[in-house]
Design a protein around this ligand. Sequence first.
Ligand code: SAH
Length: 256
Amino acid sequence: MSNSTAKIGTVYLVGAGPGDADLLTVRAARLVMNARVLVHDGLVDPSILAMAPRGCRMVSVAKQRSRHTMKQQDINALLVREALAGNDVIRLKGGDPFVFGRGGEEAEDCFAAGVPVQVVPGISAAMGAAAAAMIPLTHRDSASIVSFVAGQCKGLTDQNWAGLAGVGRTLVIYMGVATAEAIAEKLMADGLAPDMPVAVIENAARPEMRVVRGALAGLGAVVADNRIKSPALIIIGEVAGRGDMMELKKVAEMAA
Ligand code: SAH
């Protein structure tokens, strides 16, 4: 059987940003509004899914906040199958598809099957959280290096954390809620000061956002005492301790 005459669809790996629909790129919004087949994970805000047109086939592969999770291989196979059947597929992911989004694996499997892929970048949680919590990731007086690290990964303790955090550096940890205490201990064992400021941002760029602050030695307690839940981001570094700009923002807004 030959399908040489059948049109192969394109898989669009689209970043949905950290939450609010108005943090979508214009290109992402256009693709969602014209979607015929939309495959999304659990981090994508319902307000964004609501932008899809009537008749769009929506497939949830709920990677977060759900008991039902499709295996990555099955997701890849689904994208390939839909595209080979001639459908353009909007694969909508929280944040940016190429920042801890496994977009690379999906693209590789699509290319292996001869399926074209386009990537539409999104605002990653680090940028969304920094803006919403008023924590600049770099600052001429406090940080000129930023690292993004996955806290929940194979061999957390084997990972070489030395140099990722410290004076003049900002460390942003994704997926680190469950391992926060272990990460803090590892960083202190590697020589980081126990009083290094930390901030934890839960549900950044969403109405229910919470920001809690503390010091590295108390990171585990900050997470536990506030019952921080995923999705949350941990920021470690002097930038997290540069005064509370969220307060200053409110004061300025009230005075304006
Ligand atoms: N591709 C996504 C990251 C997926 S990994 C991106 O670029 O943002 C999932 C992790 O991202 C979560 O465990 C959490 O650490 C972080 N995250 C995603 N959305 C978030 C949000 N609105 N607020 C805080 N953290 C978020």
